[in-house]
Design a protein around this ligand. Structure first.
Ligand SMILES: NC(=O)C1=CN([C@@H]2O[C@H](COP(=O)(O)OP(=O)(O)OC[C@H]3O[C@@H](n4cnc5c(N)ncnc54)[C@H](OP(=O)(O)O)[C@@H]3O)[C@@H](O)[C@H]2O)C=CC1
Ligand SMILES: N[C@@H](CCC(=O)OP(=O)(O)O)C(=O)O
Length: 487
């Protein structure tokens, strides 16, 4: 069976000239816009055009709708992060590891404070009608804080990427050349209301020698404020600058746009979120960015699938954590096994509380289980809930065509015992991750051995899939001679 999860090399990002944007007028306030909850079929781009942000639109071409005050405040944070990042360039692995261990312990020690702030966020989310699945992403308790600290320890245990010689040789003229891994510098992260991401981002950024500027989902503002405060205090206690970790949460979405235009002050911004965020990034950013797109992931159950195994994979992919980007939204079933598989799938999903949306054949075969007629909206949807679209396909070609049309290029899975079908699937699907006889839920930094992830890139440059330590570095060519001159 093809090893579908082999790591690939990633080229460096262009960090552009180190001159911040000139100040531009524009006092329009930030205007939140709801995401569409659906991904577009192939050919319509990254979700541009879904939702609207009048402030950004009104000020397009000037400074992304950012007022002077917010721009200056965000740039000040980035400048301080840039200064702090220089301290980490030369920090030893031992220094960074000790600081991260201390930070993990500080977080656990602050459990009561963090949980109290989280309760505030959860109460507000419930009053605002946020779905239970999204509230699950937001929720912290003592056990989850222990897990988060454990994830930090996992990152500490990984090899320090900084200083790694990627390649090197002595040229015929005697010049010694080495390509050496270095930190990027300042990494901005805009992410969902999921406080574990705050800590994952900090652990990965610091271990790879970077300062990090955070902008978490507003629903998690109280939790993140406490977490960031605890981490900053801990850094100082470890003899490192607090400004290695900072937040721009106070500046709302206008702050996000200011960060996206802090060219010369941040080296890369990683936006983790839905179509509306990505549209804003595409239209606003002047800094290098790495997009982490929405998840519209499929499981294809082939004619040669082990159907018990396939059922377990489908259930896990849909039900284990339906509110996250790597959960499955559509199951495609080969016609030859549909009569046996669809009824089993339908009753297992119904038992797990899943609402099915299916094509005509699925509706006919799912005896005793209600199936809503599926439309193109269902094939496009990233439900992020206990909803699942099901389609019976004629063969692997039709499955591949469906995936090519509707996939968000995040994660696609095939269940089959046919090696040739698996190899075709791996070769022909265009996605950040492809799983063979395994759940889509494995597309996760921790699960793939990266300790954690700063996001799951659905673009092809500079990284693709879960981004860990290596993806937060660039390289420098070090050329050493003995007074060599070029002739
Ligand atoms: N591939 C990956 O690694 C990941 C993908 N995702 C995807 O994100 C989506 C779900 O997360 P959700 O919390 O709803 O994500 P959102 O896109 O709603 O929010 C993520 C972050 O982006 C901000 N944001 C959203 N829209 C804008 C905008 N127009 N301008 C500036 N900032 C903006 C949010 O701020 P505010 O709080 O103000 O709304 C928040 O901080 C799903 O589609 C999921 O698949 C999520 C995480 C990881
Ligand atoms: N790392 C995650 C998946 C990525 C993620 O953060 O997704 P999301 O909850 O949509 O923001 C996990 O499987 O736990």
């Amino acid at each position: 069976m093809t090893d579908v999860l082999r790591a690939s090399a990633s080229p460096a990002v262009d960090d552009g000239p180190r001159t911040p944007d000139a100040a531009a007028p524009g006092t329009a306030p930030a205007a939140p816009a709801a995401g569409s909850g659906a991904t577009a079929p192939r050919g319509t781009g990254t979700g541009a055009g879904t939702g609207a942000d009048p402030a950004a639109a009104a000020d397009e071409g000037t400074d992304g709708g950012v007022g002077d005050e917010v721009r200056e405040a965000v740039h000040a944070v980035c400048r301080a992060a840039q200064v702090a990042s220089r301290r980490l360039r030369t920090a030893t692995g031992a220094t960074k590891d000790a600081a991260l261990r201390a930070a993990a312990a500080a977080l656990v020690a602050a459990t009561d404070r963090v949980v109290a702030a989280n309760a505030e966020d959860l109460g507000r989310a419930e009053r605002d009608g946020v779905s239970p699945y999204l509230r699950d992403r937001l929720r912290l308790d003592a056990g989850r804080i222990e897990d988060i600290a454990g994830a930090m320890a996992d990152v500490v245990a990984l090899a320090d990427p900084v200083g790694e010689v990627v390649r090197g040789s002595t040229l015929p003229n005697g010049l010694r050349v080495r390509q050496v891994r270095r930190p990027l510098g300042v990494v901005g992260v805009v992410y969902e209301a999921r406080p574990n991401v705050t800590v994952d981002a900090v652990a990965l950024a610091l271990k790879s020698g970077n300062a990090v500027v955070l902008r978490g989902g507003s629903a998690a503002a109280a939790t993140n404020a406490v977490v960031v405060e605890v981490l900053r205090e801990s850094l100082v206690a470890s003899g490192l600058p607090a400004d290695l970790v900072s937040t721009i949460d106070a500046h709302g979405r206008e702050g996000v746009r200011a960060l996206l235009r802090a060219r010369g002050l941040v080296d890369v911004v990683v936006p983790r979120g839905g179509a509306d965020l990505i549209r804003t990034v595409v239209e606003t950013a002047t800094v290098p960015t790495i997009e982490t797109g929405t998840g519209n992931c499929h499981v294809y159950v082939d004619a040669a699938a082990d159907l018990d195994e396939a059922l377990a994979v489908c259930l896990n992919a849909k039900v284990q954590r339906p509110g996250v980007c790597n959960s499955a939204e559509t199951v495609l079933v080969h016609r030859d096994v549909a009569e046996e598989f669809v009824p089993a799938l339908a009753s297992a999903m119904a038992e797990a509380g899943v609402v099915l949306h299916g094509d005509t054949t699925t509706q006919e075969l799912a005896v005793g289980v209600p199936v809503r007629p599926a439309t193109d909206e269902d094939w496009a949807a990233e439900y992020l809930s206990l909803d699942l679209a099901v389609r019976v396909v004629d063969d692997l070609d039709q499955a591949l065509e469906h995936i090519d049309t509707w996939s968000s290029r995040h994660t696609e899975a095939i269940c089959t015992t046919d090696t040739r079908a698996a190899e075709r699937f791996v070769a022909e699907v265009d996605a950040a991750a492809v799983a063979v006889n395994a759940s889509t839920r494995f597309t996760d930094g921790a699960q793939l051995g990266l300790g954690a992830e700063i996001g799951i890139s659905t673009q092809k440059l500079h990284a693709r899939g879960p981004m860990g330590l290596t993806e937060l570095t660039t390289t420098t060519w070090v050329v050493t001679g003995d007074g060599h001159v070029r002739t």
